[in-house]
Design a protein around this ligand. Structure first.
Ligand code: SAH
Ligand code: DHB
Ligand code: MG
Length: 209
């Protein structure tokens, strides 16, 4: 059991109270995100899908004071809850929360030269994960990590005949990664409080690997 953590506990409580769906990463997944961001000494992080800011808080805690986490959320009501949770966690200064469909927000980010991102966490509308991955890859550098959530889908990822658009998108994501000589990745299954799913963790490399 992870030790108690007032800011994260308060974020979950406020999210539940506001009626947000309880679909945030689990505590061990949050810790993994924090460890990975810390291990690469991430200074710039991009997140697709904020919800109530639970994964945002884990990731932003790995940043130095002058670091930046940009997180994109389509639902303005969720974003309001997230903003409060992030501020309560003392991370308001490092988190840039933007509201709108992620795809519409990306041109502004590109125009502002917000990247390259040391780490990208893809956890929004799963059908678009391959598109977000392609964008993230273009705004990465050798050494960047791109992590995608909800890729295993109770094992359906392995079913080439699946008609489920979310499964098909995750299969496409894996095909894209396999075809990319400068990306090395693994998919780890997670079984826990939230059922059977998994993360794909991809490393952008300087040369073919
Ligand atoms: N990363 C969060 C969970 C995100 S759940 C955590 O682990 O704490 C997925 C989120 O993606 C939801 O909040 C949903 O509103 C948001 N979302 C769905 N479609 C989106 C889109 N097109 N652009 C941005 N966010 C989107
Ligand atoms: C669900 C879980 C997630 O982690 C997510 O990002 C979106 C939806 C779900 O269980 O429905
Ligand atoms: Mg998720």
């Amino acid at each position: 059991m992870a030790p108690e953590d007032p800011a994260l506990d308060a974020a979950l409580e406020a999210s539940e109270k506001a009626g947000l769906p309880p679909i945030q990463v689990s505590p061990p997944q949050g810790k993994l995100l924090y460890l990975l961001a810390s291990a690469i000494r991430a200074r710039t992080i991009l997140e697709f899908g904020t919800l109530g800011g639970y994964s945002t808080i884990w990731l932003a805690r790995a940043l130095p004071e002058d670091g930046r986490l940009t997180t994109l959320e389509a639902d303005p009501g969720y974003a309001d809850v997230a903003r409060e949770n992030i501020d309560r966690a003392g991370l308001g200064d490092v988190v840039d929360l933007r509201v709108g469909p992620a795809f519409d927000l990306l041109p502004d980010l590109a125009a502002e030269d917000a990247g390259p991102f040391d780490l990208t966490f893809i956890d929004a509308d799963k059908e678009r994960s391959p598109d977000y991955f392609a964008w993230a890859l273009e705004h990465s550098h050798p050494g960047s990590l791109i992590i995608a959530d909800n890729v295993v889908r109770a094992g359906e990822l392995a079913d080439e005949h699946s008609e489920d658009p979310k499964v098909r998108a995750q299969r496409r994501l894996h095909e894209m990664i396999a075809a990319e000589s400068h990306v090395s990745a693994t998919t780890i299954q997670t079984v826990g409080g939230k059922g059977y799913d998994g993360f794909t963790i991809a490393l952008v490399a300087a040369r073919p690997i």
